[in-house]
Design a protein around this ligand. Structure first.
Ligand code: TGC
Ligand code: FAD
Length: 399
């Protein structure tokens, strides 16, 4: 794989219009500056090249582990960093400032693989998998979505049957991040009674394959694939003993959606930061384009929306630390942050004119990435319906 590095200087400095830094502890600020330096040194110089080639920069895995980006809130005794949720949010924000595909790799590992093993797993499963997942020695993926069930996972048809000495798993999953190279997969399947259970499937189990999905114009640095189970024998000790029902996988989504709500604002701030600098520098009609009212309107609206979203995710972080954040509050933040970010990316791209469509600048890559983020972990529409149901008490999902 190419190790081609760009010589461009990464000048990123995050906007902080309402002095949000005053709300962070010195530890939060240290985490942020450490991650930021790492992103500038390791992600920025290579990411455009990998995105152009639709390749996953797996060499970043070790560093992500060293930065504690895998499972930062998991207790230290299991290899995690034992940090609070604002630290987790800050980490995802810095990484996604670099690239949403790399943040995906980290948030799937921490929120969708380590979290369910930590929350629903046996002590043996925690000891066996969590420390290796924390360092990146093992990479995991999370299989909920199926070819015929995306927004409505309750209809999933992947199934496990008790065969005495072991379980037998059949079915398939689609659109799974990290699938093509994951060492383990946390899979959600129905048992004979139609109850959703979680199982840990290891690469190498006979009948388990992970074909890669090609041709994505979005999230090109993240490897996506299918998971196919053809009479796969699952050892009894690989079932998650404490996960029963759809609530278990949906509760994992809360963790990942929280990370996304913070994370995508990193992409938005990068777009704003680049566009502001470009607008001050670029002259047309003998004046910097930043002096034109139409460009100021774009930039002023961007910083307003970023500031509102920063406040919202910070408050959500406080509620999450207190253990009182509701799934519906997390949905609102995921939806708001992604909408804010995708709109900012689109406006920032226009400020750069033709330069905005090139890989000289990160904006078009962020913009394309966000088209996945607005769909995965619950689509934009689904999160709106979750808010609608929460405030009215009426379920508008149908079914
Ligand atoms: P519903 O009857 O509402 O719920 C079933 C049970 O689950 C509970 N529940 C939740 N619990 C915790 N957290 C949540 N977020 C929860 N949402 C629901 C609910 O209270 C109920 O509990 P109980 O005790 O009554 O049994 O289920 P439903 O079938 O009507 O569906 C509701 C809906 C549509 C909101 C849900 O299915 C949904 O969220 N759909 C979207 C699917 C989705 O987000 N998929 C994501 C797949 S993973 C992914 O995209 C990874 S991207 C990775 C990357 O970053 O690269
Ligand atoms: P559908 O559910 O078919 O929805 C299509 C459209 O219909 C959407 O606009 C939706 O909002 C709308 N719609 C659906 N139901 C309703 C309704 N009741 N009312 C109004 N509108 C509705 N999944 C995993 O399990 N693990 C992963 O690691 C993972 N990674 C992913 C990575 C990428 C790059 C992508 C793109 C997806 C990934 N997903 C993953 C899958 C993702 O969670 C699903 O794509 C998502 O939940 C939506 O499902 P769907 O694509 O089948 O769309």
């Amino acid at each position: 794989m190419s190790q081609k590095k760009s010589l461009k200087k990464d000048l990123y400095k995050h906007p902080d219009y309402y002095l949000m830094d005053d709300l962070l502890t010195p530890e939060h600020q240290l985490i942020r500056s450490t991650l930021r330096d790492w992103v500038k040194a390791e992600i920025t110089p290579i990411i455009e090249d990998f995105a152009q080639r639709a390749a996953c920069p797996k060499q970043l895995i070790k560093g992500l582990g060293e930065m504690a980006a895998f499972g930062p809130t998991i207790p230290i005794e299991y290899g995690g960093a034992g940090l609070d949720y604002i630290s987790y949010g800050i980490m995802m924000q810095e990484i996604e400032r670099g690239d949403s595909g790399i943040r995906s790799m980290a948030s799937v590992q921490g929120s969708l693989v380590m979290y369910p093993i930590f929350t629903f797993g046996s002590e043996e499963q925690k000891q066996k998998y969590l420390p290796k997942l924390a360092t990146g020695e093992l990479i995991g993926c999370f299989g909920l979505t199926e070819p015929n069930h995306g927004s409505d996972p309750s209809g999933l048809s992947t199934n496990i049957k008790d065969a005495g000495a072991h379980f037998i798993l059949n079915g398939s999953k689609m659109w799974i991040s990290n699938a093509p190279f994951a060492d383990i997969a946390v899979i959600w399947a129905k048992n004979e009674n139609g109850i959703v259970r979680g199982v840990i499937v290891e690469r190498g189990f006979e009948g388990f394959t992970t074909p890669e999905t090609h041709g994505k114009w979005s999230l090109r640095t993240s490897a996506t694939g299918e998971l196919v189970f053809d009479n796969v024998k699952i050892p009894k000790e690989n079932i998650l003993p404490n996960a029963q029902g759809l609530k278990a996988p949906l509760s994992c989504l809360n963790q990942a959606r929280f990370g996304i709500a913070w994370g995508v604002l990193g992409a938005a701030m990068d777009c704003y930061d680049v566009a502001l600098r470009y607008a001050k520098d670029r002259k047309q009609f003998n004046k910097p384009i930043a002096s034109f009212q139409l460009q100021q309107k774009k930039l002023a609206e961007m910083i307003t929306e970023i500031t509102k979203a920063q406040l919202l995710v910070w408050r959500l972080g406080v509620l999450k630390n207190e253990g009182s954040a509701t799934p519906a509050q997390i949905s609102m933040a995921k939806r708001n942050s992604v909408e804010t970010s995708i709109n900012i990316a689109r406006e920032a791209r226009q400020i750069l004119g033709a330069m905005g469509i090139t890989s000289e600048y990160p904006i078009m890559r962020h913009m394309m990435n966000l088209e996945s983020v607005i769909t995965y972990e619950g689509t934009h529409d689904i999160h709106l319906l979750i808010t609608g149901m929460d405030i009215t008490g009426e379920n508008a999902f149908g079914g």
